[in-house]
Ligand binder design. Sequence first.
Ligand code: GDP
Length: 461
Amino acid sequence: MNQDTICALATANGIGAIGIIRVSGNESFEIANKIFEGKNLEKAESHTVHYGFIKDENETIDEVMISVFHAPKTFTTENSVEISFHGSPYIGKKILEVLIKNGARMAKAGEFTMRAFMNGRIDLSQAESIADLIASENEASRKVALNQLKGGISNEISFLRNDLLNFTSLIELELDFAEEDVEFADRSALKSLLHKIEDKLSSLIESFQYGNAIKNGTAVAIIGKPNAGKSTLLNALLKEERAIVSNIAGTTRDTIEEILHIKGHAFRLIDTAGLRETVDEIEAIGVKKAKEKVENAEILVYLADAGTEDLSEDIEMIKSLLREDLKLIICATKIDEVIPTQYEKLEQIFRNAISTDFDFIKISAVENQNLQDLKNELSSYIEHLKSEEGNVVITNQRHYEALQKSLDSVNRVDEAVSSQITTELLAYELRNALEYLGEISGEFSNDEVLGNIFSKFCIGK
Ligand code: GDP
């Protein structure tokens, strides 16, 4: 168990109505009592709040409320207190100083959560989901993180692991009776379990694409020739005059990235410089950037002025940017300026020239026509990523890698069963698979991995 009593500011560092300092460890009450003029906190009931003053020897620092939490029903499972003070960063600093003077030490980043994990209150994937929850910036990522915190991934994985563990025990039992050539583990039942596990792992692995979209947003590159209406569209979508709109070709020089939320999902819109061949050096950097942005984008929204007669440059550009895993949406813009037959003709030309499947949308950003169609199209991309099974979604790179390794090793077990390999080797492969599955919940972990995970937390969490 941890001996030190740790303290840290739990609220954001800055001026607020209230600031909270969290203290956790065996000596929390003893230390807090030394600086608190009010009730004896050690004697106070758990989960109660007490009024009083923080003192540095004879000097009163602030009027506070202290919440008392007795082990083990606390976040860290240790005794802890939370001091709510008047939210000045200066007062917070003073209180921390007095706590340290009286025997506490400053917590390291993520140390409270690490204690919760070390003391067995939460598993590793739950600890990570706390970091995700704090970092969540949209509805979907909040939901997924909360689901993980409740044990979503852990349950799914431990269910798989238990079944596999049962078989491993039987196989290992066979090793003990090696002389007698008995088979405790029914190989065909093992085979069907392995297939079940492979399916589950594959679907979790597949959910990572959706998980990633939830956590990091989906990158959308908005591309089109100068004056196609990129900035205007961007502004209309964001309803803010962020990008500089101008009718002088090539004025949107720097890449601008803005977040658009549609149905709780984040889309990172990337507006880029026009894709015109040019001698202007600054503009040329923009063109290069555009190509780079499309490389990182999942969706390409290509804008073409509905009044354009010659689309050969646009077609050439689209073809040069296309990739198999890139969703393409072509938008005819400024439809308020042309008659319908014109943009219908435009669609036909694109359809004849581009063999890949794409969505065609006709918009007017100025008159706010059909922008909803574009939003629906973006949002449908995310809907398609959702796995059939829905609930459990992998959002974490570490989990993704551990699942991948698990799947590889389960595949090896599968092959091992088919090839009638020795029981020793089969047991060895099974142990490997169990270990990889255990990495997700932290049943198998090393200090380096833990250090890496918790160092990404903020101090006070
Ligand atoms: P960009 O170079 O692709 O970013 O193009 P801009 O967004 O700067 O637009 C170029 C010009 O087209 C500006 O004068 C806009 O006001 C105009 N424009 C953009 N969208 C529309 C539209 O939907 N309808 C009309 N009539 N004009 C538009």
